[in-house]
Design a protein around this ligand. Structure first.
Ligand SMILES: [Zn+2]
Length: 153
């Protein structure tokens, strides 16, 4: 969950943050300088937002500034995202060829489950319930792969 101090409006469209959705905190030198609503984020920024929510806890310091600090595990959030994307890509490819062979339609859930099944126990990013966390991130990546968005730009 995000704890947002002074910055409570999307820096692009000025929409107010109401405590839900995959908002992204933009930072400079580890300090929050603004937030972006899901609508204004690029797909890359959205993935980053989901990764941030899944792997970081945000704490407010004495001065009321919002800081992100790593929970347990890797501080290399990007490396983790790339690893998950690679696993998701693999699952989507396997499901696609399976679908072509059998005519059975695949779903996002199938892709998510396949990635989840392939993860080693103790994977640094824990699975979470709800709209954020690992499963949601895998689903987002799989959705982009299915629609081809991941290959644009
Ligand atoms: Zn916005």
């Amino acid at each position: 969950m995000l704890v947002v101090a002074k910055v409570q409006k999307c820096e692009r469209c000025q929409r107010r943050y109401r405590g839900s959705g995959d908002w992204n905190v933009t930072t400079r030198d580890g300090e929050a300088i603004g937030i972006l609503c899901p609508t204004c984020q690029t797909p890359e920024e959205n993935v980053e937002a989901v990764v941030n929510q899944a792997t970081l806890v945000y704490a407010r310091d004495a001065a009321g500034r919002t800081r992100g600090k790593p929970e347990d595990g890797p501080t290399d959030v990007e490396g983790l995202a790339i690893d998950l994307l690679r696993r998701t890509e693999d699952a989507v490819m396997r499901l696609a060829s399976l679908a072509a062979d059998t005519g059975i339609t695949m779903s996002l859930d199938d892709a998510v489950q396949m990635v989840e099944d392939g993860l080693p126990s103790g994977y640094p990013m824990p699975a979470e319930e709800g709209t954020t966390g690992r499963r949601a991130m895998i689903a987002l990546m799989a959705r982009d792969l299915f629609s081809g968005d991941a290959y644009e730009d």
